[in-house]
Ligand binder design. Structure first.
Ligand code: NAP
Ligand code: MG
Length: 405
């Protein structure tokens, strides 16, 4: 059998625990039998990150900037317990945070919708993608407790030492708390452009929501930047693509979302995106069915599953138990990267193969064959839980059928 050829490599970022185990299974069963796979391999497993003082993570992000397409396995973000478990030199930072900072990217999270799994909101027949601005606001804040009798002010000092002051609150009658947050125009502009480009890429409407009626300078700046960039750079492109951009208040967006049928991208400020993406993930079903792509403003893509390394399953795997974890989100990370590589290289065969992986996966799920986590969610009558390897074998058979091989 002739394998599908590739011209440019995909940046492959391997990871940790159960997802690392599934990573190899997916490659061996679904990819390597069909494609003469070209990847530039980076092992982001915690052992290797520790060995290289995390340089490997930086290298993998730079490779993504060079080649434009990456696929990433879930990785451990170390905490105190991992320090001893892996005998770490340092509590290395989250690889996702490092990669996001180097690529200046925005994360888009989209659920995989499939017949037989009804979202908690049954009118949601199409996926809702949440785009989260991953810079600033309360995630880079400065907070203080304030004693009774104090006065708190905002002070900005310019280059010449001149101060501008504004009263935050006079704490004459009670102690309390204050918080200073910031954002920068350059980051908001990147976020806006990335969202507009992504909407054009997937041909879906884009919503942006904040609270500019209350936050007349801060949130209003976000609204203005989105609006200016849209009017000057994207309006015509959106019209041509038959899609819409609009701004609305965050509470209105929440209410509209509940009544919607889905099928759009919702751009959120950092905190709103943090909250709404977990709400959407749960409402659509399972973490095992949520994909994630990091997109840079200059059009570089890094695909991954939204879930972590599924630690409990890994410990059971080490005891010799057969795997039951759900590989779907990781499969879609691979198919997303393969489709994008095919598209960028004008490699129609590769792009079609990426689509075939997704079609085959959905078809197997819709035939009632699924991993254990989906069983309770599925309303198919003939549903049946299978092991991860059996599930992958069923998908591989279906891919062969689709490709006529
Ligand atoms: P998690 O790995 O997403 O797992 C949480 C729980 O959700 C699992 O224990 C499992 O529940 C269920 N689950 C998630 N994905 C599943 C799948 N594919 N198939 C079946 N069940 C699945 O999150 P976590 O336990 O909070 O974090 C574990 C490690 O992952 C941590 O070290 C964390 O740093 C890392 N992490 C990495 C990323 C990333 O690389 N993007 C993201 C998040 C977390 P049951 O055990 O009940 O079956
Ligand atoms: Mg969250």
């Amino acid at each position: 059998m002739e394998k599908i050829r590739m011209t440019t490599p995909i940046v492959e970022m391997d990871g940790d625990e159960m997802t690392r185990v599934m990573w190899k299974m997916i490659k061996d069963t679904l990819i390597l039998p069909f494609v003469d796979l070209k990847t530039e391999y980076y092992d982001l497993g915690l052992v290797k990150r520790n060995e290289t003082d995390d340089q490997i993570t930086i290298d993998s992000a730079n490779a993504t900037k060079k080649y434009g397409v990456a696929v990433k396995c879930a990785t451990i973000t170390p905490n105190a317990a991992r320090m001893t478990e892996y005998n770490l030199k340092e509590m290395w930072k989250s690889p996702n945070g490092t990669i996001r900072a180097i690529m200046d990217g925005t994360v888009f999270r989209t659920p995989i919708t499939v017949k037989g799994i009804t979202p908690y909101i049954p009118t949601w027949t199409k996926p809702i993608t949440i785009a989260r601005h991953a810079y600033g606001d309360i995630y880079k804040n400065t907070e203080m407790s304030v004693e009774k009798g104090c006065k708190a002010e905002l002070v900005v000092t310019d280059e010449n030492g001149n101060e501008t002051r504004k009263l935050i609150h006079d704490f004459t009658n009670s102690s309390g708390i204050i918080q200073g947050v910031h954002n920068i125009d350059a980051s908001i502009e990147s976020f806006a452009r990335t969202c507009f480009n992504y909407a054009l890429d997937v041909k879906q409407d884009l919503w942006f929501a904040a609270k500019d009626t209350i936050s007349k300078t801060y949130d209003h700046r976000f609204k203005d930047i989105f609006n200016d960039i849209f009017e000057n750079e994207y309006k015509e492109k959106f019209e041509k693509a038959g899609i819409v951009y609009f701004y609305t208040l965050i509470d209105d967006a929440v209410a509209r979302t509940v009544g919607s049928e889905g099928g759009y991208i919702w751009a959120c400020k950092n905190y709103d995106g943090d909250v709404m993406s977990d709400m959407a993930a749960k409402a659509f079903g399972s973490l095992g069915m949520m994909t994630s792509v990091l997109v840079s403003p200059d059009g570089k893509y890094e695909y991954e599953a939204a879930h972590g390394t599924v630690t409990r399953h890994y410990y059971r795997h080490l005891e010799g138990e057969r795997a039951t974890a759900n590989p779907v989100a990781t499969i879609f990370a691979w198919s997303g990267a393969i489709k994008k590589r095919g598209e960028l290289d004008n490699n129609a065969e590769l792009e079609a193969f990426g689509k075939a992986i997704e079609e085959a996966t959905l078809s197997v799920l819709e035939s009632g064959v699924m991993t254990k986590d989906l069983l309770a969610l599925s309303n198919l009558e003939n549903k049946k839980a299978v092991y991860t390897d059996e599930f992958l074998d069923a998908i591989a058979a279906k891919i062969s059928e689709i490709l006529g091989k």
